[in-house]
Ligand binder design. Structure first.
Ligand SMILES: [Zn+2]
Ligand SMILES: [Zn+2]
Length: 370
């Protein structure tokens, strides 16, 4: 055990918090070791907050440049391409392949996904998967790094602006990661992340518009790099906040993830079907209803499978989905009609039947007798 730091180095945590309410779970007393912070902790947290604030202020200026027509149309197209390249790397790579093992990929596909995921500037695929596995395994508890029970802001980005809960630190040491330790592509990216991210998330996005269509270096730094990076992050954050706050729970009503508006799925290339996803995290489609327009991630994996670069694609059986809808859903699952397998006895019992068969038959027999 490490000895406690000297009293002079300690500060009460509320001094640091933007909003003291987001520091602590409303359901548990703060543990002993969360009460005092060391100088190192304070510097770490304050640096993050300052960078966060400065980054967002520059983003506002970048938006001004975009909406006042001061950015070349090619630069805007380039920025959207970078944003979606990073999103595919996160959704098909860090999320469905590496976090959940929902399918398997050849070395060539893993290299492509690793490079695309690097473009997103959202930490290494190894670090991303670790946090995400903890989020699924301990959803809605203090061990969940983006615990939605601690408020919308906390689950969106507040979790990055305070020190992680001691329970999260604990789970970081124990969560199973053996499969990724054996994945040479993932470990190569993790070990060389600083170099790779400098090349693929900064130098290439900035160099291309500057060199090929003479965009100013200042705009190249602000739009294809900074603005794209910040928007990519907020889209990912929405899955932890919006998709845990707004929508229905047709598959499992016992935890916070929800089926959100298709708009979120469109932005996240298919991550908005969050109640289904938390109920069946190993399903590569992330949704029961595959519509490629709202699930570009699924389209990408299917395309790779047709090229024999992705294989062992896992899906949940219709029978299991129906069983889950009936036993733990909130009753909002779509039905095609009366005899839909997922229609529950409660819903049938609550139905009023007019002109029931028995009554009609009785009258028919009465007429025949006349
Ligand atoms: Zn979630
Ligand atoms: Zn997931």
């Amino acid at each position: 055990m490490t000895p406690p730091s000297p009293l002079s180095n300690r500060v009460k945590p509320d001094d640091l918090s933007l909003d003291p309410k987001i520091r602590r779970s409303p359901y548990h007393d703060p543990p002993e070791n969360e009460v005092f912070l060391t100088q190192k902790d304070i510097i770490y947290v304050r640096t993050r907050r300052v960078l966060f604030l400065i980054g967002h202020l520059f983003c506002l200026y970048a938006l001004y440049l975009v909406f006042s027509g001061q950015v070349h149309s090619y630069t805007l197209l380039w920025s959207v391409a970078i944003l979606y390249a990073g999103k595919v790397g996160i959704t098909a790579g860090a999320h469905r392949l590496w976090s959940h093992n929902a399918y398997k990929a050849t070395v060539s596909l893993r290299i492509i996904l690793m490079l695309l995921q690097t473009v997103s500037f959202e930490m290494s695929a190894y670090g991303w998967s670790k946090i995400h596995r903890i989020h699924h395994k301990y959803c809605d508890t203090d061990s969940d790094p983006v615990n939605a029970k601690r408020g919308f802001f906390f689950s969106h980005c507040g979790w990055l602006l305070i020190l992680e809960h001691p329970d999260v630190k604990e789970k970081n040491k124990t969560i199973w990661m053996e499969d990724l330790h054996k994945d040479k592509v993932v470990m190569f990216q993790h070990r060389n992340y600083a170099l790779l991210v400098t090349i693929f998330a900064y130098l290439i996005p900035v160099f291309v518009p500057w060199y090929y269509w003479n965009e100013s270096l200042w705009t190249c730094n602000l739009v294809p790099f900074l603005l794209t990076t910040v928007i990519t992050k907020h889209i990912t954050f929405c899955v932890n906040s919006v998709a845990h706050y707004y929508g229905m729970k047709p598959y499992n009503k016992n935890f916070s993830p929800r089926e959100t508006n298709p708009f979120i799925s469109w932005l996240t290339v298919g991550e908005g079907w969050h109640n289904f996803h938390h109920a069946f995290p190993w399903d590569y489609r992330n949704s029961e209803f595959v519509g490629y327009a709202n699930n570009l991630g699924c389209f990408f994996i299917d395309m790779c499978a047709s090229l024999r670069m992705a294989y062992d694609l896992k899906t949940v059986s219709e029978k299991e989905i129906v069983r889950r809808v009936k036993t733990s859903g909130d009753g909002t699952h779509c039905l095609w009609g009366w005899n839909d397998e997922a229609n529950t006895p409660e819903k049938k019992a609550a139905t009023e039947i007019r002109y029931p068969k028995e009554e009609v038959e009785e009258e028919y027999n009465f007429c025949k007798e006349m």
